[in-house]
Design a protein around this ligand. Structure first.
Ligand code: NAD
Length: 487
């Protein structure tokens, strides 16, 4: 297995690979030290990517839908063919265990192949002897896709697959923390796409703002934090770019008293802690009915003690480190504040001093008050508050008492009772007796501060298009000729 230290990574601009103007060290979060260098693109290289994308887009849009669909699906084949080779790189830069890295790459491959089967229909608005009016969807132009560090490949595929299918060209920017696998895929994809259709550039903190402000980019599709999402929207407003924003979540999981505790404990655990809690739709506030609270709490604590944490490249490891030092410090501070406030922990606690890597033990907080930071804030790390509730009105009120509105899960043996409760939750995605199920055909988006717009499914595809209505007048009646034109 390569250790990547002596490998070079390149930007992909206009179908060619390029070095950056400088390079930045990429940290392996399991070691807390650098293992490779990533290219840093300059503003001039961003301009070159935008120029290439603008030049390539009209021809790309003129290709038939079937042709584009075939190529988007072929991107999926490329990702699938290279998934095994790329998974160790993804683990090294992101930290997730190797099987999860492989699963992410395969999911991205399936995403491309699945999204490629989507179709948009023209809509006939009027069909009369006088006129035929048809509304159709046309590409937007150049899409800037900005991805986060928690699932760099799958969340990038959520953007570039539908954008390319719709006839847009793309400039994809991975997070500065996790650019390498994306850059490598960018290089591989050039083999099948016309130059300039898909550009992949990485850089430092200046690159994202330059993209959102760039007059040559027509749309921004962004996944990341609420704080940055606000900046993206503000910056895009100056050139009136459309935005799709997939932002943070503080998803409630609600465990009803009839839930089968033994069966669901592992599922609840993974709903909260997969990828060390660094998933936007992870369960982040777990409300458990008082009748079963103690059993669920004990079950989760016991399960946590069985899950191996370590370097994701080691066999058997199921949870890796937190992805970067900044996030590690944030999670550490959250645990510190939780303990200083006197809230009891059922598992975990402060990471040991002097350890190598950004490892945080799975931390369960025993029924802190709703005002506690650990309840109000998205931890985005392996820290979960368990919250005791008595009745449904109470849990609905508490679950909805947040600025977030991304997802929610409900766990119960009674499907219709769960659905009835779920109807009262304010969120974009509700799962009953499962968590995080997503497909290329399932619209996904956040309510309230958790996002603007939708990704995936037909609704997601529409966000990479504009509406265009064409009216053809067939016969000029006397009344038409006399009528004044509309104001
Ligand atoms: P982040 O907001 O720090 O960064 C996301 C991306 O934006 C990175 O590529 C970054 O370089 C870029 N960026 C930073 N500042 C920018 C600016 N001013 N203008 C333009 N781009 C800028 O987010 P993150 O820390 O990488 O990801 C974690 C957050 O993402 C969490 O809040 C998580 O809930 C959220 N998230 C949401 C979803 C979703 O689908 N809703 C999915 C995954 C993660």
């Amino acid at each position: 297995m390569s250790n990547f230290a002596d490998e070079a990574f390149f930007l992909s601009i206009d179908g060619k690979t390029e070095r950056g103007v400088s390079s930045a060290p990429i940290i392996n979060p399991a070691w807390g030290s650098a293992f490779a260098e990533a290219p840093v693109a300059s503003e001039a290289q961003l301009d070159a990517a935008v120029d290439a994308a603008r030049r390539a887009q009209p021809d790309w849009a003129r290709r038939s839908w079937d042709e584009r669909s075939h190529l988007v699906s072929a991107i999926g084949d490329i990702i699938a063919d290279h998934a095994e080779a790329l998974a160790p790189l993804l683990t090294r830069e992101q930290g997730k265990p190797l099987p999860d890295a492989l699963a992410e790459l395969r999911r991205a491959a399936d995403w491309c192949r699945g999204a490629a089967t989507l179709r948009l229909q023209d809509r006939v608005i009027e069909e009369s002897p006088e006129r035929r009016s048809v509304t159709r969807r046309v590409p937007i132009g150049v899409v800037g896709a900005i991805a986060p560090w928690n699932s760099p490949i799958s969340l990038a595929a959520w953007k570039f697959a539908p954008a390319l299918l719709a006839g847009d060209s793309v400039i994809l920017k991975p997070s500065p923390f996790t650019p390498l696998t994306t850059l490598r895929l960018g290089e591989l994809i050039q083999a099948i796409l016309p130059p300039g259709v898909m550009n992949v550039i990485s850089g430092d903190d200046r690159l994202g703002p330059l993209m959102t402000a760039h007059p040559g980019i027509d749309k921004i599709s962004f996944t990341g934090s609420i704080e940055t999402g606000r900046k993206v929207m503000e910056s895009a407003a100056r050139t009136l770019k459309g935005v799709t924003l997939e932002l943070g979540g503080n998803d409630p999981a609600i465990v009803l008293p009839d839930a089968n505790v033994d069966r669901i404990v592992p599922e609840l655990f993974w709903a909260a802690f997969r990828n060390s809690g660094q998933i936007c739709i992870a369960a982040k506030r777990m409300f458990v009915h008082e009748a079963i609270y103690d059993r669920v709490a004990a079950g989760l604590a016991a399960f946590a003690s069985t899950v191996p944490i370590g370097d994701g490249l080691q066999p058997g490891v199921q949870l890796g480190p937190v992805q970067n030092l900044q996030q590690f410090e944030r999670v550490r501070a959250l645990i510190q504040e939780t303990q200083a406030s006197g809230y009891r922990l059922l598992a975990g606690g402060m990471p040991p001093n002097g350890q190598q890597g950004y490892f945080v033990p799975v931390t369960l907080v025993d029924d802190p008050p709703d005002e506690a930071t650990v309840v109000r804030q998205e931890a985005f790390g392996p820290v979960l508050p368990l919250l005791r509730f008595r009745d449904e009105d109470e849990v609905v009120r508490r679950a909805n008492a947040t600025e977030f509105g991304l997802g929610a899960t409900i766990w119960s043996e009674d499907e219709s009772a769960a659905l009835e409760l779920g109807n009262r939750l304010r969120c974009g995605n509700l799962w009953i007796n499962e968590a995080m199920h997503a497909t290329p055909f399932t619209p996904f988006g956040g309510h309230r501060q958790s996002g603007v717009g939708v990704e995936n499914g037909l609704e997601g595809l529409l966000e990479y298009t504009l509406s265009q209505t064409i009216s053809v007048r067939r016969r000029c009646s006397r009344a038409d000729a006399a009528a004044p034109p509309p104001a």
